[in-house]
Design a protein around this ligand. Structure first.
Ligand SMILES: Nc1ncnc2c1ncn2[C@@H]1O[C@H](COP(=O)(O)OP(=O)(O)OP(=O)(O)O)[C@@H](O)[C@H]1O
Ligand SMILES: [Mg+2]
Length: 331
C-alpha cells in the first residue's frame, strides 16, 4: 500500500518573494488528494518541494522517516525512487517513440533485461489505454494521448507515491472525464498515495478523498473532500463556483482566464456549485472489474473517526455519502 507523506511547517521563498508559509498537511497512505489554488500560488513549487527538488527554508517533509528537506542527499535520492511524476506538459522526448519514452526510467534507473523492460512497459501502456500506439512519436499523437503516455511513464518504477501536475491541462471535458476514471482505477489497482494539482472543478469534485487549497501564501485548508466542497470560506467557494466576485482577483490573470474557459465548457455549471447550499456529488468508483479501493475503506474509518472536529455541512455530506440510499450506495 502507499506511503503516508507528512508535511510540517513548510515555508518556501525565492529571494524576497515568499511563495507560501507554514504549510502542514498529511497525505494519508494510498488515498487520493487534490491541491487547488489560483495560478502562481506555488502548487508546482509544492510538488517539487515534496520530492526534494526544491529546498524550503523551514519545515519538514517526512516519508518513511526520511526528511526530503534536511536529510542527506543520498537518502533523498533513494526515497525519490518511490515517486512517480506526471508533469504539467507530459515532458516526453520528441525524438523517441512512446515505448522508448516510457521505458526510459527503467533503462536509466534499473539493470533490468530488455525482455523484462518490454513486459513492464507494455503492461503500463495497456493500463493507460495506449496499446497499438507504442511505436508512435509524441508529435504524432493527440495531447490526451501524450498525457496518458506521461502517466504510463510515471508508473514504470512501481511508484508508491504519484504526483500529477495538472494532468488535465489541454484536455477536452470528455477526455478529462476519462482521465478522472483512469486515476481512480489506477488507485484501485496499485493503492499508491496520489497528489493531483488541478484547476479542473470536475476532477476536484469527483476524484479525491481529500482536498486542499493554496491561496495568498497560505494553505487555506486541507482535509476530507466534503470539507472543501461545502466550505463557505469566501476564497474556497469563489474558486469552486468559478465566480469573478470574491477575494480572487484579476492579479491572478491566467486563473481568471482558465476559470472563465472552464465555465464556458460547462464545468462550472450543472453540478450544484454556485447555488447555496452546494451539493456534494458522489466520488467516482473504480470501473467494473477493478478491485475495491483499499484506500476508500481505510479512509472511511479515518474520516468517521474525525467527525466531531468537522463543520456541520461537511459532517452531513459525509454521513449522506456513507449511508446506502437510492443511487448513493458506497463501498
Ligand atoms: N525556480 C524558481 N525560481 C524563482 N522563482 C520561482 C521558481 N519556481 C517558481 N517560482 C515562482 O514561484 C511562484 C509559484 O510558481 P508555481 O509554478 O509553483 O505556481 P503554480 O501554482 O504551479 O501556478 P500554475 O497554476 O500556473 O501552474 C511564481 O511566482 C514563480 O514565478
Ligand atoms: Mg504549476
Amino acid at each position: 500500500m502507499g506511503i503516508e507523506v507528512v508535511v510540517e511547517g513548510l515555508t518556501k521563498s525565492f529571494g524576497k518573494q515568499n511563495i507560501w508559509q507554514d504549510v502542514s498537511l498529511t497525505l494519508p497512505a494510498g488515498e487520493v488528494s487534490v491541491m487547488l489554488g489560483p495560478s502562481g500560488t506555488g502548487k508546482t513549487v509544492f510538488l517539487k518541494s515534496i520530492i526534494g527538488l526544491l529546498k524550503p527554508e523551514h519545515g519538514r517533509v517526512l516519508i518513511n522517516g526520511v526528511d526530503m528537506v534536511n536529510s542527506p542527499e543520498r537518502d533523498i535520492m533513494e526515497t525519490r525512487k518511490l515517486f512517480g511524476l506526471m508533469f504539467q506538459d507530459g515532458a516526453l522526448f520528441g525524438s523517441m517513440s512512446l515505448f522508448d519514452n516510457i521505458a526510459f526510467p527503467l533503462r536509466e534507473h534499473t539493470r533490468k533485461k530488455e525482455s523484462e523492460i518490454r513486459r513492464i512497459v507494455m503492461e503500463r501502456i495497456d493500463i493507460v489505454g495506449l496499446l497499438g500506439a507504442e511505436g508512435k512519436l509524441p508529435g504524432e499523437i493527440s495531447g490526451g494521448m501524450r498525457k496518458r503516455a506521461g502517466l504510463a511513464r510515471a508508473l514504470v518504477l512501481d511508484p508508491q507515491i504519484i504526483l500529477c501536475d495538472e494532468p488535465d491541462s489541454g484536455l477536452d471535458p470528455v477526455r478529462t472525464a476519462y482521465l478522472s476514471q483512469l486515476l481512480i482505477d489506477l488507485n484501485a489497482q496499485i493503492d499508491a498515495t496520489m497528489l493531483i494539482v488541478t484547476h479542473n472543478l470536475d476532477i476536484a469534485a469527483t476524484v479525491p478523498d481529500n482536498m486542499g487549497m493554496l491561496f495568498c501564501r497560505n494553505l487555506v485548508t486541507f482535509g476530507p473532500r466534503e470539507v472543501l466542497l461545502t466550505s463557505d470560506v469566501p476564497v474556497v467557494s469563489q474558486f469552486l463556483s468559478g465566480r469573478r466576485e470574491g477575494p480572487i482577483g484579476m492579479s491572478e490573470e491566467k486563473d481568471a482566464a482558465t476559470l472563465a474557459a472552464e465555465q464556458l465548457n460547462g464545468n462550472g455549471n450543472g453540478n450544484g456549485y454556485g447555488s447555496a447550499p452546494r451539493t456534494v456529488v458522489p466520488q467516482l468508483e473504480p470501473s467494473p472489474g477493478m478491485p475495491v479501493r483499499q484506500a476508500a475503506l481505510r479512509r472511511r474509518e479515518r474520516v468517521l473517526g474525525m467527525m466531531g472536529r468537522l463543520p456541520e455541512a461537511a459532517r452531513t455530506a459525509i454521513m449522506n455519502s456513507y449511508t446506502p440510499a437510492a443511487g448513493g450506495a458506497r463501498p
